[in-house]
Design a protein around this ligand. Structure first.
Ligand code: 13P
Length: 342
């Protein structure tokens, strides 16, 4: 295992305010997003959609890496260039989602454990040969009446740590993603409590499995009130609570924390990231982004699966990526939204 390489990739992914585009929705998930806009979902339309992002001019100014999905890493453009190659041509690091999804946890009502460890070593070898330099595995934790159970938290933490150790063995930098969902009506306090417990369990498991913290990134949720909670927190409250939770549970050896957007819209995700980075206080890690929906939604709406709209989609993506990068540097302003400070 080459720790130096793992660390180099981890640091490159969070350098200079840059962050990651999570473009790793499964065909099923992407089909749901396409359906909502009456876009037909086929391997070809999904490829055209990914290509729009990957060929955005100057994407590398804001985006350090892209997480792909199995279908995408096997696809080629019309000139025969693998889509992963389109990224490396632009100086963007290709990554790959390697879990097989969250599956029902036996003996639990409504909880899941993420599967995909069987055969993972061989899949990692293949993906590395196809150009991937980092990987992602997402665990899903649901807050509810009496949930999450410790059985769920510990099973997911264990799987994340086994995945991360295998990635490092195969010279791929792991992104460790324990996502506490914002579904439900829980308060921000409850989100902080559960996220703290989950992070503690994850770092215990990483330690147990001998994972090098220098050679990984953490991808957590921000600490926010659930969607249906009557009392939504202010931007400052979200920022302060998120930083406090991370200070308590994430060792400083981890080079970077890349937040997921998790269903927050593009503006909330951008403002929260900016406010977190503007806070005083110990921030021993880079605090950046690995957004899916928050980076893609505006571009998807502009695109509408029409070739003549690719430019409009790329403009929207480029704009959002610039704003989010500014937020990762704590330099985002509302004026940027009207292009005034572009
Ligand atoms: P969202 O930013 O849309 O939550 O996606 C990030 C991600 O990769 C979830 O696994």
């Amino acid at each position: 295992m080459a720790i130096a390489d793992l660390e180099t990739i981890a640091k490159a992914l969070v350098s200079d305010g840059k962050g990651i585009l999570a473009a790793d929705e499964t065909p099923t998930t992407l089909t749901k997003r396409f359906d909502a806009l009456k876009i037909q979902s086929t391997p070809d339309s999904r490829q055209a959609y990914r290509e729009m992002f990957f060929t955005t001019p100057s994407i590398a100014d804001s985006i350090s890496g892209v997480i792909m999905q199995d279908e995408t890493i096997h696809q080629r453009n019309s000139s025969g260039t693998p889509l992963a190659g389109l990224l490396t041509q632009q100086g963007v690091i290709p990554g790959i989602k390697v879990d097989n999804g969250a599956k029902p946890l036996a003996g639990s009502a409504g909880e899941t454990v993420t599967e995909g460890l069987d055969g993972l070593r061989d899949r990692l070898k293949d993906y590395r040969q196809m150009g991937a330099r980092f990987a992602k595995w997402r665990a899903v934790i649901r807050i509810g009446e009496g949930l999450p159970s410790w059985a769920c938290v510990r099973a997911n933490a264990h799987a994340l740590a086994r995945y991360a150790a295998l990635c490092q063995e195969q010279n791929l930098t792991p992104i460790v993603e324990p996502e506490v969902l914002m579904d439900g009506s829980h308060t921000i306090e409850r989100c902080e409590e559960v996220t703290g417990n989950v992070l503690q369990a994850v770092f215990d498991a990483l330690f147990e499995q001998g994972v090098s913290l220098e050679g990984m990134l953490l991808k957590p949720n921000m600490i926010i009130a659930a969607k249906q909670c009557q009392q939504q927190a202010s931007v400052e409250e979200v920022a302060g609570t998120t930083l406090r939770c991370l200070q308590r549970h994430v060792p400083p050896a981890v080079p970077g924390i890349v937040f997921l957007s998790g269903g927050q819209d593009h503006l909330a995700s951008t403002m929260h990231l900016n406010a977190i980075n503007q806070l005083d206080g110990a921030k021993p890690w880079k605090l950046s982004f690995s957004f899916g929906r928050a980076l893609q939604d505006e571009a998807l709406r502009n695109w509408q699966a029409k070739q003549e709209n690719v430019h409009a989609g790329q403009l929207a993506f480029n704009h959002r990526a610039k704003c989010v990068r500014a937020a990762a540097l704590g330099k985002y302003t509302k004026a940027m939204e009207s292009g005034l400070a572009a």
